[in-house]
Design a protein around this ligand. Structure first.
Ligand code: SF4
Ligand code: SF4
Length: 103
């Protein structure tokens, strides 16, 4: 799985389109006094593909290894997570994929 170091996350949103599973989403409420709200990893969506890992300019994304002998998967028993914003990916004007536009 992947996690975000919240202190390093500027809320720039650059990583969002790099996740094919929409697991990187902004917090619905900003816990900070100033600056943009950070993102969280939605545990139930993250499959640990690491497609996002090098997309963060501040290095806030990091891999969390799940021990091979882990009995309970966080996908089955996710921790309580704060509410997140909906980010439109695939409608007109949405973020889409982080690939150069063809034509
Ligand atoms: S790219 Fe990095 S700093 Fe920007 S929102 Fe994603 S985790 Fe936060
Ligand atoms: S590891 Fe894969 S599924 Fe998890 S947040 Fe990154 S891109 Fe999304």
């Amino acid at each position: 799985m992947v996690a975000i170091d919240e202190t390093e996350c500027t809320g720039c949103d650059l990583c969002i389109p790099f996740c094919p599973f929409e697991a990187l989403l902004p917090m619905a409420e900003n816990p900070r006094d100033k600056g943009k709200r950070p993102l969280i990893v939605v545990e139930t969506n993250c499959v640990g593909c690491l497609s996002c890992i090098s997309s963060c300019p501040t290095g806030a994304l990091f891999e969390v290894e799940i021990p091979a002998d882990a009995i309970i998967s966080p996908l089955i028993h996710p921790t309580q997570q704060p509410a997140v914003e909906v980010v439109e990916r695939f409608k007109r004007g949405g973020l889409g994929w982080p690939l150069p536009k063809q034509r």
